[in-house]
Design a protein around this ligand. Structure first.
Ligand SMILES: [Zn+2]
Length: 449
């Protein structure tokens, strides 16, 4: 049999095993080595091909832009002087130690670029299984992560497998995502400030109509306008904080433009009415732009939970539910003792990994990575929930953010068509990652080498 023919046969058989659920996708490299005699480093590429084909079969979408590199593995090199082992992408031909400048020596040691690698040459994509969601969104998503080193993608895959077995994650996702922008004013007396508030409230209906016109391309609508008074060193400060609702866009640029208009218009009216102000500016502090605050109004609320009866918990997950509950409790209190406003555990890693995979805006997932975690018992059920209060996303490649073809392909393969679906998929994957980690820790299996 020719080599090519043999490779095709091996790939076919591995996919058959993946399909039947007999072979976890992260064990492909080993299976190819031990069962089919595909040696290192060839097995890394073959494993990636198997996973790609399997995903294509499951989703009906083709990989075109997320391509498997010719040499998708890493090689270890030794710097004798520093007694340090470099792990480099096999394509990397700069074979010098950047610490001391001496040449490094190749060791006969290989490894995957990332766990569950499926493609990408600058961003290494990992497959992280599939997740079933129900509730506000009913769908099954394919999970692609650009996670980097670590076992994260495997943890998410394992968590998803368990959650799917328990019927899927119950998700709640708000219909609209919000964008926020704030105007700030300084007055020299309470009298001027009160008069300004009255005037702004009077002209607000007309201003809102004009603001909505500026957000029409992305169907944005002003949803709330909030007044906040603060006194500081003789200054009478007023914040006027605007939020707008967007269905599939992030809306950041549009709300900024609309609030810029409101600022100018209000200044004209204040002057006309003879109301004296010291300062009128865009005040990004109060609108929460990249500020980690539980009051941050940006983005979309999403939560995901599972309910498991205590008996099923013990039988299926092989953990005493009480021990699991106590672990979550001690972990949560630990974060509170540290002064954290949010729990933000695995979410802090998984959410950026999803954003990197789809390459949608925002570029900084700081606010979107806020996460809370809850554990409750209801009757005889254990209810475990994660909450993401601020998921931001613009789902379409547009003026507000270009999504490269690989990112759009990732969205298609994931099965994400709307921003609401994106938020649901993110919440469910964070739930899966947290759940798997919490189970491992409760079983005292983690960090117990
Ligand atoms: Zn060196």
């Amino acid at each position: 049999m020719s080599n090519q023919k043999k490779e095709h046969r091996v790939i076919r058989e591995c996919i058959k095993e993946l399909r039947a659920g007999n072979l976890p996708p992260w064990k492909l490299e080993n299976e190819l080595l031990s069962k089919y005699g595909v040696n290192e480093p060839e097995n890394f590429r073959t494993a990636a091909i198997c996973r790609q084909r399997f995903i294509e079969e499951k989703t009906g979408e083709k990989f075109k832009y997320i391509t498997i590199s010719e040499k998708p593995f890493k090689i270890n090199y030794l710097c004798r002087k520093d007694k340090f082992i470099w792990a480099l992408d096999a394509r990397d031909s700069f074979l010098k130690c950047s610490l001391c400048g001496s040449k490094v020596e190749a060791l006969d040691q290989y490894g995957p670029l990332v766990e569950n690698y499926i493609g990408g040459s600058e961003n290494y994509y990992s497959y992280a299984g599939r997740i079933k969601v129900k509730g506000d969104i009913e769908k099954e998503f394919t999970n692609l992560l650009v996670y980097g080193t670590g076992l994260g993608p495997i943890g998410v895959t394992r968590g998803c497998f368990k959650i799917n077995k328990l019927g899927g994650a119950i998700v709640r996702v708000s219909e609209y995502g919000r964008a926020a922008r704030c105007n700030g004013y300084i007055f020299k007396s309470e009298k001027w400030r009160s008069q300004a508030i009255d005037l702004i409230k009077t002209i607000l209906p007309r201003i809102k109509v004009e603001m909505n016109k500026k957000m029409v391309e992305f169907s944005g609508k002003v949803s709330t306008v909030e007044f906040k008074r603060v006194e500081s060193q003789g200054d009478f400060i007023l914040y006027v904080d605007y939020t707008a609702d967007f269905k599939n866009f992030r809306g950041h640029g549009d709300i900024s433009k609309a609030v810029g208009y409101a600022k100018k218009e209000i200044e004209i009216q204040l002057r006309k009415a003879g109301i004296e102000y010291e300062l009128s500016v865009i005040a990004q502090g109060y609108d929460g732009d990249l500020k980690p605050s539980p009051q941050n109004k940006r983005g979309r609320y999403a939560s995901a939970e599972i309910r498991v009866s205590r008996t099923v918990f013990k039988r299926l997950l092989k953990v005493d539910p009480q021990k699991f509950i106590s672990f979550i409790k001690i972990d949560k209190i630990g974060a509170q003792e540290l002064g954290c406003q949010f729990y933000s555990g695995m979410g802090g890693e998984i959410i950026p990994a999803i954003y990197r995979a789809v390459q949608v805006n925002p570029r900084s997932p700081l606010v979107s990575s806020f996460q809370n975690i809850y554990i409750e018992t209801e009757n005889n059920d254990v209810v475990y929930r994660v909450e993401l209060p601020n998921i931001e996303v613009g789902i379409a490649s547009s003026r507000e953010g270009l999504i490269p073809p690989g990112g759009r392909e990732a969205l298609r393969i994931m099965g994400v068509n709307t921003a609401r679906e994106f938020a649901a998929a993110v919440a469910a994957q964070v739930l899966a990652g947290e759940f798997n980690l919490a189970l491992e820790i409760s079983r005292e299996k983690l960090y117990s080498s």
